[in-house]
Design a protein around this ligand. Structure first.
Ligand SMILES: CC(C)(COP(=O)(O)OP(=O)(O)OC[C@H]1O[C@@H](n2cnc3c(N)ncnc32)[C@H](O)[C@@H]1OP(=O)(O)O)[C@@H](O)C(=O)NCCC(=O)NCCS
Length: 185
C-alpha cells in the first residue's frame, strides 16, 4: 500500500468477521476505540464482541471502524431481524471527510441485500444518523445488563432516549416494548 499514483492516500473499506481479526489489527482497533471514546475498556469491545466489523484503512493504517451485531429483537409481538451498529468511530485527523457516512451506507446496503428489517443503534448525539436516514424511536426497552463480563440482570427503560432505527425492509417500525434479547450495544 502507500500512495496512489496521483499522490493521494489509498483508502480501503472492507468487512471482516470478528473472529478473523488478527493481533496487529486488534491492537490498532483498541487504540482507535480508546482514543475515540473516553473510558473505553482495555479491549476491542465494550460489553461483548460484535459479529463483524467494517474497517477503513488509509495507507495501511486503521482510520475508522464500525462494529455490527446481527440481532433478532422483538417489538411488541413482532419479531424483527436487525443489524445493530456499534462504536462507529473515525480517527480524529480523518473526521468530517465522509468516512462515517460511507460506513453507514455500507451497512445499510448490506442490510437491504440480506433482507434485514431494520438497522438499529443507540446514540446520544444523533446528527450523523438523522442525516443518513435514521429516526429516533421512543419505545420502552429492555436488555440484559452486562458489566465487565458479568451478567447483572435485566434492565428496562421507558424511553432510552438513544434508540434510532432505519428501515431496510418491508415492515414499519412497530409500536410496543422493545425486547433486545441480549445486551444493549
Ligand atoms: C461520529 C463520527 C464517527 C463521524 O465520522 P466522520 O467521518 O466525521 O463522519 P462524516 O464526515 O460522514 O459526517 C460528519 C458529521 O457527523 C456529525 N457528528 C460529529 N460528531 C458526531 C458525534 N459524536 N455523533 C454523531 N454525529 C456526529 C456532524 O454533523 C458532522 O458534520 P460536520 O463535519 O459538518 O461537523 C466521528 O466524529 C467520531 O469518530 N467521533 C468520536 C466517536 C463517536 O462519538 N462516535 C459516535 C458514537 S454514537
Amino acid at each position: 500500500m502507500g500512495q496512489t499514483p496521483d499522490g493521494s492516500e489509498a483508502t480501503v473499506i472492507f468487512r471482516v468477521a470478528e473472529a478473523e481479526i488478527g493481533r496487529d489489527l486488534r491492537g490498532q482497533l483498541q487504540a482507535l476505540l480508546q482514543a475515540s471514546f473516553p473510558g473505553y475498556p482495555s479491549r476491542t469491545y465494550f460489553k461483548l464482541p460484535p459479529h463483524f466489523r467494517y474497517l477503513v484503512m488509509t495507507s495501511g493504517v486503521l482510520a475508522a471502524q464500525m462494529g455490527v451485531e446481527l440481532r433478532v429483537i422483538r417489538v411488541g409481538s413482532t419479531v424483527l431481524r436487525t443489524f445493530g451498529v456499534v462504536d462507529l468511530c473515525v480517527r480524529a485527523g480523518e473526521r468530517s471527510h465522509g468516512l462515517g457516512r460511507r460506513l453507514l451506507a455500507e451497512v445499510t446496503e448490506l442490510a437491504r441485500s440480506c433482507g434485514m428489517d431494520f438497522v438499529i443503534l443507540f446514540a446520544d448525539d444523533d446528527r450523523i444518523y438523522t442525516r443518513n436516514g435514521w429516526a429516533r424511536a421512543a419505545n420502552p426497552c429492555s436488555w440484559v445488563k452486562i458489566h465487565d463480563h458479568t451478567t447483572l440482570g435485566l434492565a428496562t427503560a421507558e424511553d432510552t432516549g438513544a434508540l434510532m432505527v432505519k428501515r431496510t425492509g418491508q415492515k414499519a417500525w412497530p409500536a410496543g416494548a422493545v425486547d433486545l434479547l441480549g445486551h444493549l450495544f
